[in-house]
Design a protein around this ligand. Structure first.
Ligand SMILES: Nc1ncnc2c1ncn2[C@@H]1O[C@H](COP(=O)(O)OP(=O)(O)OP(=O)(O)O)[C@@H](O)[C@H]1O
Ligand SMILES: [Mg+2]
Length: 594
């Protein structure tokens, strides 16, 4: 099991700079520039109404102090209503179209991440816990949405408001405005300090979040094991630690933010105090009416909120940058290498291993050592041997789930790495040791992927050959029965037969059966075996089995031990050799005789 905070391999990539990441994020935003423009117009409307409010106030004060109330009694209230109507329209346009932009960005990020994910090499899926991957797709992209909407909204709306208000203040009294502006750099310094801290914390929170989902998803998937082995306390503790780490980081982040706000506010108040002190000096404000004076101070006061929000935008932005950093790192990872140029069109299925060795990424020991073997087209190879000897590894190298280290693996005389990957795989049907079913109907599971357009008759025929039709037809919904996540609504043997039917339907020249009938009773196994025998006749088959009785008829039987082939030959030849195979055979034979 993974430690909650274990760094994953992608963390080792050199970190990109914040500006670079933000620019890249902006390129996603730029794709919906139309909505962005509408949103901009909305916010421009909104912010233009702020100085309008200050100007209205000036008007009211001047009217009252001049005693000319009557003419303005209708006009001023109407203007106030007008201002708020325009402001409301602005708020709606700005907010709605910004949400359009943000959701489009998240949609684009998610889909490109998923597209990437299905192309990742098998070794990647083994190197990263599922929860971490899912957190990237969900939590991290949500963080990006927050960054986009909030940050751009604040920058546009509050930024424009600041521009509008400052413009109005300069228009009223530029000297006073200049004084006010002298304080702004001070605010900038404090903000840049806080933002650095935020970015570090955000990255930590995301790691901690990944930890939370890792532990949870493992406990969910393994709930039966957790229960029967009394693992709940251990899992609870593990989850508590991950959640605790998350909580600590969140609190730290909040502390920095909460301190940031009052400090910025105080600086603003300080600026206001200085401003009023100067404003009260007769030389600066001699030409100002009481209305001018009030309106100026009001505008300066109204600057407080947008400036505060603009400084806070950094934390939002940094969160988003931290989230998109890990997304972009993921998007930049290299996918399964596919340099092969040769299109594998209907291969014959001549398979040849020459001194082939392989070790799993990050593994110390070689999983396969100097395998030399040749399997002529249409023949059957059975791999037998102890658990962990390397049989599944040998099978998984044929569809190139992993790349070879040394030696050759040729099909029809061409190295498998010279074939174009997709075309190679269309020639191979595989029944995994761990059956994989998708949450859909039985029909969808048999006719999966490229097979999706198969007719009902073809699907039924494949189900019959896999000895599955008997149980399928007794189900109320037949082929339309839902199988549940990974087929939990079916029995282990039923699942296996669905997987076999899928492989049969594929009708590929190379068939790999990795313990394909291990979950079946002897009778069902025999029935399938007969169907499979027919199926194997004109295709190259690699069958892996622990029950030797199922592979006795194989053309070649190879005994794998510690990653090496220690014996090969037909059943009778191997028995006559009286070596490892004979020993295995005698063991099983005496067991069944008991
Ligand atoms: N993804 C992996 N990463 C690293 N090592 C692996 C991986 N999968 C398998 N191994 C190692 O490779 C060796 C061979 O495993 P393999 O699955 O091929 O055995 P097997 O012969 O199919 O065993 P079984 O009969 O139990 O299915 C084992 O020692 C195993 O620990
Ligand atoms: Mg295996």
């Amino acid at each position: 099991m993974q430690q909650p905070n274990k760094m994953t391999s992608e963390m080792e990539n050199p970190p990109q700079s914040g500006a670079k990441i933000y620019l890249r994020l902006l390129s996603y935003v730029g794709a919906s520039w139309g909505y962005l423009l509408l949103s901009f117009i909305g916010y421009a409307l909104y912010s233009s109404m702020e100085p309008a409010l200050a100007a209205l106030l000036k008007h009211i004060v001047d009217v009252v102090s001049d005693g000319k109330i009557t003419e303005s009694r209708i006009l001023i209230p109407a203007a106030i209503l007008g201002v708020f109507i325009v402001r409301g329209i602005g708020t709606f346009l700005g907010g709605y179209f910004m949400a359009q932009v943000a959701n489009k960005v998240v949609f684009d990020l998610r889909t490109s991440m998923f597209n990437k994910m299905v192309q990742m090499p098998s070794s990647y899926f083994h190197s990263i816990p599922t929860g971490r991957l899912l957190a990237k797709l969900t939590y991290n992209t949500e963080q990006v949405i927050g960054s986009i909407t909030q940050a751009i909204r604040i920058i546009l709306r509050e930024g424009l408001t600041v521009v509008g208000l400052l413009g109005y203040m300069i228009y009223m009294n530029w000297k006073l405005t200049l004084l006010f502006l002298l304080v702004i750099p001070l605010i900038g310094i404090i903000v840049s300090y806080a933002s650095k801290r935020f970015r570090r914390l955000s990255a930590r929170i995301q790691n901690a979040m990944g930890g939370v989902t890792d532990v949870a998803s493992e406990a969910i998937k393994g709930h039966e094991v957790v229960k029967i082995f009394g693992g709940s306390e251990y899992e609870i503790e593990r989850f508590r630690q991950a959640a605790q780490e998350n909580r600590r980081s969140q609190l730290k982040m909040e502390k920095t933010r909460s301190l940031n706000i009052p400090i910025v506010q105080f600086i603003l108040a300080f600026a206001m105090a200085i401003l009023i002190w100067f404003a009260l000096s007769p030389t600066i404000s001699q030409h100002m009416t009481p209305g001018d004076f009030i309106a100026f101070l009001t505008a300066a006061g109204m600057l407080g909120k947008p400036i505060r929000q603009l400084t806070d935008v950094n934390s939002v932005l940094q969160k988003g940058i931290a989230a998109s950093q890990s997304i972009f790192e993921f998007l930049d990872m290299s996918v399964e290498p596919d340099d092969g140029k040769i299109l594998a069109q209907s291969l014959k299925g001549d398979i040849e291993w020459k001194d082939m060795s392989f070790s799993y990424p990050n593994a110390e020991k070689q999983a396969l050592k100097k395998i030399t073997l040749s399997l002529p087209a249409g023949k059957t190879l059975a791999l037998v041997g102890r658990s962990g000897s390397g049989k599944s590894t040998m099978a998984n190298l044929i569809p190139r789930f992993y790349n070879l280290d040394e030696g050759e693996l040729n099909i029809d005389g061409v190295s498998i790495s010279d074939y174009q990957l997709d075309s190679l795989r269309t020639n191979i049907a595989l029944v995994n040791q761990q059956v994989v079913l998708f949450n859909g109907t039985i029909r969808e599971n048999i006719a999966y992927g490229h097979l999706r357009d198969a007719s009902d008759d073809q699907v039924i025929e494949a189900a019959k050959a896999a000895n599955a039709w008997g149980f399928i037809k007794e189900l109320d919904q037949g082929l339309a029965t839902m199988v549940g996540e990974n087929g939990v609504l079916l029995s282990g043997g039923q699942r296996q037969r669905i997987a076999i039917a899928r492989a049969i339907l594929k009708n590929a020249p190379i068939l790999i059966l990795d313990e394909a009938t291990s979950a079946l009773d002897t009778e069902s196994e025999r029935a399938i075996q007969m169907a499979l025998d027919g199926l194997m006749e004109n295709r190259t088959t690699i069958a892996i089995a622990h029950r030797l009785s199922t592979i006795e008829n194989a053309d070649i039987i190879a005994v794998v031990d510690h990653g090496e082939i220690i014996e090969q030959g037909s059943h009778t030849e191997l028995l006559a050799m009286n070596g490892a195979y004979a020993q295995l055979h005698n063991q099983q034979f005496s067991e069944t005789a008991d």
